[in-house]
Write a protein of this length. Structure first.
Length: 203
């Protein structure tokens, strides 16, 4: 007996439902922010029934987190063997992430959390967790190899690298020189400057 017959009557499984819903989540949130982000709006954009969303996701917070995690800017583990190589890869992933709609939506969530901390602060914690864990591992390995001094702050290092990458992502469209410059060269300058400021051992 075929799998279709075993499944019984009804519509066949929508194999691309998840991708369409996640795309719709990002588009709707980017256009409307938290106030306009609803199951109804996502269902209309994804061209699916509301019941399909309610069966799969228990809340719109859950749906938003899953969509952003599925399109995460930091989905690939980082371990190049050197702290400089790790930070260059971290910078590349951050740059690529902020160039995508998922990265921009994560920034909007962070801004919305300032207005609605009771609703969204836990979302920003979830979104930042992988980034913090990745950076902590980079720092710990670097200290173990003697590349960074004991007591190097994971938070400070992440803020320095992320802040520089984020500033470029937000404002490069307004500056011709930034748009034309090589992003790899830019990341290299950021990483080398950060490492010098933290007292890293010479490469």
């Amino acid at each position: 007996m075929s799998s279709e017959r075993q499944r019984g009557p009804g519509r066949p499984r929508d194999v691309d439902l998840e991708d369409r819903v996640y795309d719709a989540v990002l588009e709707v949130y980017w256009e409307t922010s938290w106030r306009g982000f609803t199951f109804d709006a996502v269902a209309r954009r994804a061209k699916v029934g509301r019941a399909a969303l309610y069966r799969r996701w228990e809340s719109k917070e859950h749906l938003l987190v899953e969509a952003l995690e599925a399109r995460s800017p930091l989905s690939t583990p980082i371990d190049t063997g050197t702290v400089r190589g790790d930070l260059l890869e971290l910078s590349r992933q951050l740059s690529d992430g902020y160039a995508e709609l998922s990265g921009l939506v994560s920034l909007r969530v962070a801004l919305d959390a300032m207005v609605n901390p009771d609703l969204l602060s836990h979302l920003t914690d979830t979104l930042n967790r992988s980034r913090v864990v990745t950076t902590r591992q980079i720092v710990q390995r670097a200290i173990g190899r003697g590349e960074l001094p004991e007591g190097t702050s994971t938070t400070l290092l992440l803020e320095l690298v992320t802040g520089a990458i984020l500033t470029r992502a937000l404002f490069s469209q307004a500056h011709v020189d930034a748009r034309k410059s090589d992003p790899t060269h830019h990341s290299t300058r950021i990483v080398d400057t950060v490492l010098r400021s933290l007292g890293a051992a010479p490469a």
